[in-house]
Structure formats: structure tokens, C-alpha cells
Design a binder for this molecule. Structure first.
Ligand SMILES: Cc1ncc(COP(=O)(O)O)c(C=O)c1O
Length: 422
């Protein structure tokens, strides 16, 4: 892409941006009474203006019909879930029946581990990335302990090499290969929350399968951020939260994915609840659990309709904008950010920040490793209305999001950073 480092160029990019109008569909926070520049979509996506209308719709249906709203043709809360999986499917490259929208991310990972971590004989080990999100580490650890296994005997962690921040793909593949007889499961994040590194999900899944193991992913930082092809990559299972790039709201309902080849397999154990029972017999209230023959067979409880409503507000915007178009803008926006960060690097008199996100990987997030006074730099950005986040011990994460960030905002950030670090 041919970029020029100027405000005029940034404005031109905005004028030519076919998705520009979507910025108005979100509520933008203010900083010191002035509109802020929100680069925190990797943490909590902005609120679609339509979210409150969607919530009001559900409240109205509740007041008009009470519990009958589950079955009223106008509201059809029973069918709400299926409408959302259809809208979610293209974003993660899955078939709608491979997705279930339920619970929250960590809960869903526990459910999936109950089904897909099936140690047997020598095959007991789980391969994961060092520095995985803490909740994932606690989840794996507690799973092993709950089964009476000592985590350190069954966990294989692949780490960055000495002096490096990110993990080499070849090291993941080598570790899979060298433990091929003892691996039960490969489980990684699609995008590392700290470094922003993207993992090659297709290749890792293939290598895991060739080693006779299953492959699952935590897609918290990948879903709604980068193109995914879960079905075609043959990924066994995955889960993600819907409050980051998917703008479902704080503590939004989560999602899980199970490849369709596992759906009819009755030998897969699972933790069951009545909402995972097949819809046609659910209300017969029988004592025997008959799971739905697809991913919603992993549901446990009555869906929280208000949370489905806020998520739908965002998914409708994804449909309007077109997921492919969002990916095109995401790539261009991040390339523009990298172009300006390169400019900054050239101008830096001494190195104050390093960029640890591998720059060839085009997710929204860029992680800046601060070499001195990181917290001061982070608060100085806030004072200028630029909202980024701080991750201990020394990283500032920023994530321009194609729905609501502009080329001009990135230019402005570059100018502010230039003043602060050169
Ligand atoms: C990579 C990753 N995994 C897991 C979680 C935990 O998600 P939840 O609190 O929805 O269970 C988060 C939360 O930010 C995350 O970023």
C-alpha cells in the first residue's frame, strides 16, 4: 500500500473509506469532556447505538407476553439462538449448527475440555503456549487437578526463544512432533492477548491431527478481528467471548464451536443441562438427556435473552457492513498504523518503545513494549484523549477497529506519540 505520512493523506483515506458511516453507529466515550480516540476494542468493543433499542424490544416483549414470548411468533425467543448462530457463522468460518451462543468464555472452555480432553494410556498431555491468558491457565490446571492429575506432569508449554517475545511456528510444530505419542490435546489462543501474535490455526490443527491429538483454540482476541475458517481448517473445538471485537457488551454472552464431525458421536462425554436436550423433547421433562445433534447440545441453561439482544445489535452491523469489507479495512487500517510506527522508529533518537506484535500479522492489535517509564507514557496518551490499555509489566496495547476508528485518529496518535517519545 502506498502511504504518505501526512494529515492530508489520512483525511483522503477516510474520505475513500466505504465503511466510514459505521463510526456513527457506535457510542464513543469522552475523555475530559472531549471525544476520545478509542483503541480498546481488543478489551471491550464500543456500544452499538442500536443495543438499547434491542434491549427495549425484549423488555417490551416480556411485558406484553410474559413467558409466552418464548413461543410468540413476533418474539420467538426460542428461535433467538439459531438466528444469532446464522449471523455469527461467517465471521468465524463455521456452519451455523457448529456454533452455540451460551455462558461466558471460561465456562465454555471448561465444558469443551470436559468433552475433548480425553487422556488415554500414554496420551495424556496438553500442549499450550506459555503466557496464555491467566483464565486459560487456571482452567487447564483445574481440569487436570479435578481429574486427579498433577499439572506439571501433563502440561507442555511452548515458549518464545531466549530474548524473543513471540513464539516461532516451527517451535510449536516441533514440539507437537516430538511429543506425538503422548499428546491428547493442542490448545492455544488464536491471537495472543499480550503480544498480539497470530497463530496459524490451520497448520497447528493439521499437525495436531497428524500426531493423533485434537486441536482447540481460545479465540477471544481473534473472533471479529481476523478472518477465520474454523470448519475448513478442521478445528475440533473453540470458544470466544463476544465483548471484544464483537461488541456484545460488558460480560456479553460467549460462544463455542464444535466441528460437525463430533456432533453425532455419543461416546464424547459432556456436562449436560436441559437446554442442551433436543428441542423437540425438551419440554417432555424426561429424565434421560438426549442432546441436540449439533453444537447447541452443549448448552446447559435457559438463554439470557437480554444478552442475546445486545449481541444481535452488533451482529446486524457486521451483516450490514459485510465481514469481508471489514477485513479489508482492518488490513488497511493496521498497515497505516504500522507505516506510521515505522516513521516513528526512524525519528526516534533513542529507543523508548519496541513493537512486539509481529508486523506481518495483520490483526487489529499492536503491542508496544515500553523500555522506560511505560506507565507514564500510557497516562500521557490518556491525557491526549487516546485510550489504550496497559498490561503488566510493560506493554501498551492499542487496537484500531475498522468499525469505529479512522485513519485520521491513527495520524493524530502518531503525532502525539512523536511528541512523547522522540
Ligand atoms: C484470551 C482470553 N481468554 C479468556 C478470557 C476470559 O474471558 P471470560 O472472562 O469471558 O471468561 C479473556 C478475557 O479477556 C481473554 O482475553
Amino acid at each position: 500500500m502506498n502511504f504518505q505520512a501526512s494529515l492530508e493523506h489520512a483525511l483522503q483515506l477516510d474520505r475513500n473509506d466505504p465503511l466510514r458511516k459505521f463510526q456513527q453507529d457506535f457510542l464513543h466515550p469522552k475523555v475530559n469532556d472531549r471525544p476520545g480516540i478509542y483503541f480498546l476494542g481488543n478489551s471491550l468493543g464500543l456500544q452499538p447505538k442500536s443495543a438499547s433499542l434491542k434491549i427495549q424490544e425484549v423488555l417490551d416483549q416480556w411485558s406484553a407476553h410474559g413467558v409466552e414470548a418464548f413461543f410468540e411468533p413476533g418474539s420467538s425467543w426460542t428461535g433467538y439462538h439459531d438466528r444469532l448462530t446464522t449471523k455469527m457463522a461467517p465471521i468465524v468460518g463455521a456452519k451455523p449448527h457448529e456454533i452455540s451462543i451460551q455462558n461466558a468464555l471460561t465456562v465454555n472452555l471448561h465444558l469443551l475440555f470436559a468433552s475433548f480432553y480425553r487422556p488415554s494410556g500414554k496420551r495424556t498431555k496438553i500442549l499450550c503456549e506459555s503466557g496464555a491468558f491467566p483464565s486459560d491457565q487456571y482452567m487447564i490446571d483445574s481440569h487436570l487437578r479435578q481429574r486427579g492429575s498433577e499439572p506439571r506432569d501433563h502440561l507442555l508449554e511452548v515458549s518464545p526463544r531466549q530474548g524473543e517475545e513471540t513464539i516461532l511456528m516451527e517451535d510449536i510444530l516441533d514440539m507437537i512432533e516430538s511429543h506425538r505419542d503422548e499428546l491428547a490435546l493442542v490448545f492455544l489462543g488464536g491471537v495472543n492477548y499480550y503480544t498480539g501474535q497470530l497463530f496459524d490455526i490451520g497448520l497447528i490443527t493439521q499437525a495436531a491431527h497428524e500426531a493423533g491429538a485434537l486441536a482447540g483454540f481460545d479465540l477471544a482476541h481473534a473472533a471479529g478481528n481476523i478472518p477465520l475458517h474454523l470448519h475448513d481448517w478442521n478445528v475440533d473445538f473453540a470458544a470466544w467471548c463476544n465483548y471484544k471485537y464483537l461488541n456484545g457488551g460488558p460480560g456479553a454472552i460467549g460462544s463455542l464451536y464444535v466441528h460437525e464431525r463430533h456432533h453425532g458421536n455419543s461416546s464424547i462425554p459432556r456436562l449436560a443441562g436441559w437446554w442442551g436436550n433436543e428441542q423437540s423433547t425438551r419440554f417432555l421433562m424426561e429424565p434421560i438427556f438426549r442432546p441436540e445433534g449439533h453444537a447447541s447440545g452443549w448448552q446447559l441453561s435457559t438463554p439470557p435473552i437480554l444478552l442475546l439482544a445486545t449481541l444481535e445489535a452488533s451482529l446486524d452491523l457486521f451483516l450490514d457492513a459485510g465481514w469481508e469489507n471489514l477485513c479489508v479495512k482492518q488490513n488497511k487500517l493496521t498497515s497505516w498504523l504500522w507505516f506510521l510506527l515505522d516513521e516513528l522508529n526512524r525519528k526516534q533518537l533513542r529507543q523508548v518503545v519496541r513493537y512486539i506484535t509481529p508486523r506481518q500479522e495483520k490483526g487489529c492489535q499492536v503491542s508496544l513494549l515500553t523500555l522506560e517509564n511505560g506507565t507514564a507514557l500510557h497516562s500521557a496518551l490518556s491525557d491526549h484523549g487516546i485510550m489504550t490499555d496497559w498490561r503488566e509489566p510493560d506493554v501498551i496495547r492499542m487496537a484500531p477497529v475498522p468499525f469505529y476508528n479512522s485513519y485520521e485518529q491513527i495520524w493524530h496518535t502518531y503525532e502525539v506519540l512523536s511528541g512523547l517519545i522522540t
